[in-house]
Design a protein around this ligand. Structure first.
Ligand code: SF4
Ligand code: SF4
Length: 471
């Protein structure tokens, strides 16, 4: 019987220094032997999702810096990388290299915060790529991998686990299967090359008769949002120049998120998009020698939608933790299992997806996103990307003197630095910072009666919380 893939997991709870998520991520990097992917002098891509402008639930620089530091400790030369995107909507902040760098800085992803350069992996306009053949691809037979990944010696695929409006779930497979592709690679794995306009797979599902025409409040945004100038909206409704359309999702996103029904997707599109994504992820893996890629994911701020959406709603689940593995399919399977088993975040995603309520133990993202997220896993097994058969190894950091010190800003107590400063100040006979007074002068906090706020709390405008208070 084939050996199970190992997936390491540390939960998001913490009660002391060793249990910080940053420290646990550093520990898992070594527990999962990701350090073995890196030889001295290797250029190491740390692939992240930078997140859209105004997005609040994405990775934080500190969580990335944790891995940058360990790649450096292994002798690697790290750089943090993401790629340009398709337009997706009229106000996209990552569709050119310069916009994306501006956006990265706003999210705090800079050399100053993380200790290594930030690179846009497919360049200024998203054309810098390497074509890879995919003989085992389920849907795709070729991928276009961002040059910065294809030309690196090693990679740490550092994902943020969350839902996704097209692929249902976004974890390690998605972080490279979409995020590791150049612009034409993204068109390709979004199936823009497939079929004819009436198929509604490689083309938007278009129902012009449902368009409100110029009476639609968003008709100008709808036209301006097309990077190909392919849309005209007039008194007679919606018109698309199919010669020009490249399938970028922008008109669909505008129409869907403004509550209209003219430009959308058909349900069959979503499983195909997931399978193509797994093929494209395989394309990235094929640009590295075996053993040169490690996968990690933070399952915190588990928003039902992806970091490519320029807002964040309340999460699907409470924070779960950090994962590490050498198998991208196994790690994503483990994360999804954990998300499905996790309690539902009170008043969370359910609020943003009316009528589609999460149930604990059921496939959460299948409920809100319209398709099971597991097509990407099954396609990843079929094309040879990895296995869904995994062994979960739960990691608990030891509470020892040595381990407390291990990942701190200095391995010797910083208090000793301050002690030396005070010794010097004592030597200089500087005035001390406070005057001692008798304890009897304490303010009488016992005289304050803490008010009962229960009745007031019941009036707060969050329905689910108020209902819970009444129980
Ligand atoms: S958003 Fe939808 S309804 Fe409004 S103009 Fe565009 S296609 Fe028509
Ligand atoms: S018409 Fe085509 S290219 Fe234009 S916004 Fe819609 S999907 Fe994108």
């Amino acid at each position: 019987m084939a050996e199970k893939a190992k997936v390491w997991f540390a939960d998001a709870s913490a009660t002391n220094w060793t249990e910080s998520l940053v420290c646990k991520a550093k520990d898992l990097f070594y527990e999962a032997k990701l350090n073995e992917c890196i030889e001295k002098g290797d250029s190491v891509a740390i692939k992240i999702h930078i997140g859209e402008w105004n997005r609040t639930r994405c990775l934080r620089p500190e969580l990335v810096a944790a891995i940058v530091e360990e790649v450096k400790a292994c002798g690697g030369r790290p750089f943090v990388v993401d790629t340009t995107t398709l337009t997706y909507h009229a106000y996209n902040s990552r569709c050119t290299g310069t916009l994306e760098l501006e956006n990265a800085a706003r999210h705090g992803f800079t050399e100053a915060s993380m200790g290594c350069p930030v690179v846009i992996g497919d360049g200024f306009s998203g054309d810098d790529d390497v074509r890879v053949e995919l003989p085992t691809g389920v849907v795709l037979k070729e991928a276009y991998v961002a040059a910065a990944l294809a030309h690196a010696d090693a990679m740490i695929n550092l994902a943020h686990a969350k839902g996704h409006p097209i692929t249902s779930f976004g974890g390690c497979i998605k972080n490279i299967g979409i995020g590791g592709q150049s612009k034409r690679g993204k068109y390709h794995e979004h199936l823009a090359h497939w079929g004819s306009p009436e198929d509604f797979i490689g083309w938007p599902a278009s129902y012009p008769e449902k368009c409100l025409g110029v009476k639609c409040e968003f008709h100008q945004q709808c036209m301006d949002g097309c990077p190909r100038g392919a849309i005209r909206i007039d008194e007679t409704g919606f018109h698309r120049d199919t010669e020009k359309c490249y399938l970028c999702y922008s008109c669909q996103v505008t129409c869907i998120f403004t509550g209209h029904e003219s430009q959308t997707f058909i349900p069959d599109y979503f499983p195909y998009a997931q399978m193509a994504m797994s093929d494209a992820a395989l394309g990235v893996m094929l640009t590295f020698e075996p053993g040169k890629v490690g996968h990690m994911a933070y399952a915190i701020d588990v928003d039902p939608n992806c970091d490519c959406i320029p807002w964040a709603t309340l999460p699907a689940t409470p924070d779960i933790g950090v994962f590490a593995s050498k198998d991208p399919v196994a790690i994503d399977t483990a994360i999804l299992d954990m998300i499905d088993a996790a309690p539902v975040y009170p008043g969370g995603a359910n609020k943003a997806f009316e009528g589609r309520e999460y149930k604990r133990g059921q496939e959460k993202f299948a409920i809100t996103q319209g398709a099971s997220p597991r097509y990407q896993l099954m396609a990843g097994v079929k094309n040879g990307l990895g296995t869904m058969d995994y062994e979960l190894i739960t990691y608990e950091p030891p509470l020892t003197r040595e381990h407390v010190a291990k990942w701190q800003i200095r391995t010797t107590p910083t208090t000793l630095i301050v002690r030396r400063m005070w010794e010097k100040r004592d030597f200089l006979k500087e005035v001390q910072p406070f005057k001692r007074v008798p304890f009897a002068e304490k303010p009488p906090y016992q005289d304050f009666a803490v008010p009962d706020r229960t009745e007031y709390l019941k009036k707060l405008p969050v329905k689910e919380w108020v209902e819970a208070l009444g129980k």
